[in-house]
Design a protein around this ligand. Structure first.
Ligand code: BGC
Length: 896
């Protein structure tokens, strides 16, 4: 393994040397609203971001200039007639549009020029963004549906034919739906999104989706078709959180505008209205929560093609819009991101087969089969097997409250039409599973190739990599990412099977894990809009978001719903973009003020506490007050950032009051422990910064002792696991943290891996009887800690967005080496170390236009430092805290 690291290091050096010779400066990664060339931009001042690529040591952006025009040639020629920012002397790589008022349905082109600190200019290629509706008044379509009510089980088809007789230049379709939709043009599916639109509180905000359909339209006759699914809008399955009683519940409906621009400059709009026809589809039942039932005998070939005979189809009816706030879905969509072949098939008898896809995922399976007409297949999806080989769903169907047996949990039902080889994949649900049990009412031949699975999630770009010389750690990291993605469906969820709910606590636990590994800003900005939709005027938030109304009375204390502060704050730290924090400022304030109002003593008992602990229970008041304190601090910092001096002072004072009340109540100054000294009770105050400066060392030592007494095993729940590894490694006990992180016996993350986990579980005890979903993200902080505690990559709150990187690696004595990287807004940050006999070789990359503070790990001295671009030796001078300043570049250090 060591050889492998040495080899990689040499390769790195060579590759940088080669790049150095080219000495190029360029500007890439042009994003508008964090998306590449987006359609359907609805905001009046979209944000633009870019990245300077320059491998010169200390490369920096000195100035930039942005040009925007509706004419791409003009932009290429340096003319910005919609907006010319002028040359701005700034190192910022994020700015907002501030030119002529943007017009709806208009494609804008943009480019950015940057000047580096050698006054070399680089001009980007031309990127684009296209505006969408830009306001409710621009819709022309009507909201329509069929005349069925919420109890109708079959999903409705809608269709319309139209002709075009001029040359088409471009065409866009804008679709808003209450429920889910699949759109078709001339027999072809439009786009590759699934489960559109993503879930919102339908009676407050609806999302529309934009597609470019220029090439799917024909000159002449065309047919447009849409299939609507229930999603969370018409929840027909009965389960514990009462979604079947949601106030918005109704038969799905939609509104659509298809805008066709012709070469002659005219525009025609084909829209939803009374001239559409409707019919029930072969999707005879669909539930986001349970599954889909499909009767292939009811298929109507050609239903979304021209010249189809729809004379037997019904008329549509008008419906009122679900809300008056219909905005563009501007995010990375849910997709079938990864195709997974079945690893094995077991034939249990002539009518029963069990497929194993080899890993636990969120998604769907697709079956290809040949059989007689009317044969009924049931595909039951689960995470584990009974000893007799059948699929066991007893760990995940516990919140499901069926009223009959027609809606089995996680079980698709497919009825064959007998036409030959048939393929079925559900459209309007996803499940959490590794195994699929296929049963048939008639003997059937299936092979391993008959079933394929698709891992589904919001298709966010990857932003982090990690490899260590410890395979267990690598597996934990991969499992954490699998669970994170399995729980990202346009909002962060707790689990992909049992609930699929936007549990707030699980989401803030995972925010750093998510942002180190994935570029998830678009999902979080959407989800915080969901928060604003759900917040009571007095600041109270529900424990699940979005919600049908459940959750304002249970589980919604600051240990869960501090998402309102923690998510925007972390977005600010990782992206250097304060806009979400600013949009949520008043909401955070109302929230904190509410806690203050109900907590006159300065501490709060509002919350759930350290959920699913190993054994020790910690007072709710202790953990909840840590979150209350964190929120007050974030609010104080945000107030300062937005020049609200009075608020800044008010909330700094509040934070001090909370801290004092907390320490008065829980800290035992004589012994240096909090409460009774459990792992959570010591970790949470350390991690959230409530321990008085002079006592930190003692408390950390007590924590390390406690962990040692627990034989380097965890004794924490959801809140404790967020804090413990960080509390140890940030206070001088990185070796102890690593021992806990790499532990392979119960209770630990490694114990799950030893037992074959490919995702994280909900319970440390794999044989527990309750709370035993096998795909929960709530114990997932370790994913972030690996970047922080081992690789040492931290954002700097004083220069957020990794403008300055804090590098605080820990060279763990029992680990040979680590390589981590994070794709920050400035480019890739790398931190890789390996033990090499008595020394440690540490290689670092700091992207252009950013800097780093490298903290030399305690006990080490720099023996040699090289800039690997020029190959030259460099002098690194540490201050009294062991901090060295690094400019952008790549380095190899030898430390003793
Ligand atoms: C969820 C959790 C959640 C919890 C709140 C559970 O049912 O799956 O992850 O945070 O409830 O107590």
């Amino acid at each position: 393994m060591r050889n492998k690291f040495a080899f990689i290091l040499i390769l790195l050096i060579i590759s940088y040397a080669v790049q150095a010779q080219s000495g190029s400066t360029s500007v890439t990664n042009l994003r508008c609203e964090y998306l590449e060339n987006p359609l359907g931009v609805d905001v009046s001042n979209p944000r633009f971001s870019w990245m300077l690529i320059d491998n010169t040591l200390g490369a920096k952006q000195e100035a930039y200039q942005l040009l925007v025009s509706t004419d791409s040639l003009k932009v290429a020629k340096g003319i910005g007639d919609s907006w010319n920012s002028g040359k701005v002397n700034s190192d910022r790589i994020l700015t907002s549009y501030s030119g002529e008022k943007l017009q709806p349905f208009t494609k804008y082109f943009w480019s950015v020029s940057v000047w580096n600190n050698s006054n070399e200019k680089a001009v980007s290629s031309v990127a684009s963004f296209e505006t969408g509706m830009m306001g409710m008044e621009n819709w022309t379509g009507s909201w329509i549906s069929d005349d069925k009510d919420i109890h109708e089980k079959a999903a409705p088809y809608f269709r319309k034919e139209f002709t075009t007789d001029k040359t088409i230049k471009s065409a866009r379709v804008y679709v808003a739906a209450a429920g889910l939709h699949e759109l078709y043009l001339n027999g072809e599916r439009v786009g590759d999104h699934v489960l559109d639109p993503v879930y919102t509180r339908f009676d407050r905000r609806n999302l529309y989706v934009t597609f470019d359909v220029t090439h799917q339209l024909e000159n002449g006759n065309n047919a447009i078709g849409i299939l609507l699914g229930n999603g969370w809008y018409n929840h027909q399955s009965t389960a514990v959180w009462y979604f079947h009683k949601a106030p918005w519940r109704n038969r799905p409906a939609f509104c659509l505008d298809l805008r066709i621009n012709y070469e002659d400059g005219t525009t025609e709009v084909i829209n939803s209205g009374k001239d559409w026809k409707t019919s029930l589809s072969p999707v005879i039942f669909n539930s986001i929560y349970t599954a889909e039932h499909y009767d292939a005998r009811l298929e109507q070939p050609g239903w979304c093609e021209p010249d189809f005979d729809d004379s037997k189809w019904n008329n549509v009816i008008y419906r009122s819009a679900p809300s008056q706030n219909i905005v563009s879905q501007m995010l990375h969509p849910i997709r079938h991101v990864q195709k997974i072949e079945a690893k094995s098939i077991t034939k249990l008898n002539d009518t029963t087969y069990v497929f194993d896809i080899g890993r636990n995922i969120a998604g769907v399976s697709q079956i290809t089969v040949a059989g007689g007409e009317g044969t009924i297949l049931r595909l039951k999806h689960g995470e584990r097997l009974y000893d007799d080989g059948h699929v066991d769903i007893s760990n995940i169907d516990v919140h499901y409250r069926p009223t009959g047996d027609s809606d089995p949990f996680q079980t698709d039902i497919y009825i064959l039409n007998g036409s030959g080889t048939e393929t079925f994949m559900p459209r309007f649900n996803y499940k959490g599973f590794q195994y699929v049990e296929v049963t048939s009412n008639k003997a059937l031949q299936l092979s391993k190739e008959s079933l394929t699975a698709y891992f589904m999630h919001s298709d966010v770009p990857v932003a982090g990599k990690l490899e260590t010389t410890n395979p267990t750690i690598n597996r934990i990291w991969a499992a954490t990412n699998n669970s994170y993605l399995s729980n990202l469906f346009g909002y962060p969820t707790d689990c992909p099977q049992r609930e699929k709910n936007g549990w707030t606590g699980d989401a803030h636990i995972a925010i750093e894990t998510g942002l180190y590994s994935f570029d998830g800003i678009t999902i979080y900005e959407k989800w915080l809009a969901d928060h604003r939709d759900e917040q009571q005027p007095n600041g109270v938030l529900p424990s699940i978001i979005p919600t049908d109304g459940w959750g304002y009375e249970w589980g919604n204390g600051p240990d869960w719903t501090s998402t309102i502060a923690l998510i925007p704050w972390n977005i600010y730290l990782f992206y250097g973009d304060a806009s979400l924090l600013e949009v949520c400022y008043e909401n955070i304030k109302r929230y904190v003020d509410h806690i203050t109002e109900i907590s006159p003593s300065g501490t709060t008992t509002w919350g759930l506490g350290d959920w699913v602990p190993v054994k020790s229970k910690s007072p709710v008041e202790l953990t909840s007050t840590c979150y209350y304190y964190a929120d007050a601090l974030i609010l104080a910092k945000a107030a300062k950032l937005f020049n609200k001096a009075a608020d800044a002072e008010k909330y700094v004072t509040l934070a001090q009051t909370i801290k004092k009340a907390f320490n008065d109540k829980f800290f035992h100054a004589e012994t240096g422990i909090y409460a009774s000294g459990t792992q959570t009770e010591l970790s949470a105050p350390l991690y959230w910064g409530l321990v008085p400066e002079q006592d930190k060392g003692r408390v950390a030592a007590k924590l390390a002792e406690r962990v040692e007494a627990d034989n380097f095993h965890l004794d924490v729940g959801l809140l404790g696991q967020k804090a413990i590894l960080n509390a140890l490694s940030e206070n001088g006990y990185a070796e102890v943290a690593y021992k806990v992180a790499a532990q392979e016996t119960y209770p630990s993350w490694g114990w799950w891996m030893v037992n074959g986990a490919t995702t994280l579980f909900e319970n440390w005890d794999i044989d527990a009887q309750n709370d035993i979903s096998m795909n929960h993200i709530m114990f997932g902080e370790i994913g972030a800690w690996l970047y922080k505690g081992l690789g040492g990559i931290y954002p700097d709150q004083n220069q957020p967005g990794f403008k300055n990187v804090l590098l605080k690696p820990s060279f763990i004595s029992t680990l040979d080496g680590v390589e981590v990287s994070h794709q920050s807004p400035y480019g890739e940050i790398k931190s890789a170390w390996k033990h090499d006999r008595k020394s440690v070789l540490y290689s670092i990359t700091i992207p252009a236009n950013s800097t780093a503070d490298f903290y030399i790990p305690a006990g080490y001295k720099i023996k040699k430092a090289n800039d690997t671009i020029s190959g030259n030796k460099i002098e690194l001078v540490a201050d009294e805290n062991g901090k060295c300043k690094l400019q952008a570049g790549s380095y190899v250090l030898e430390l003793l």
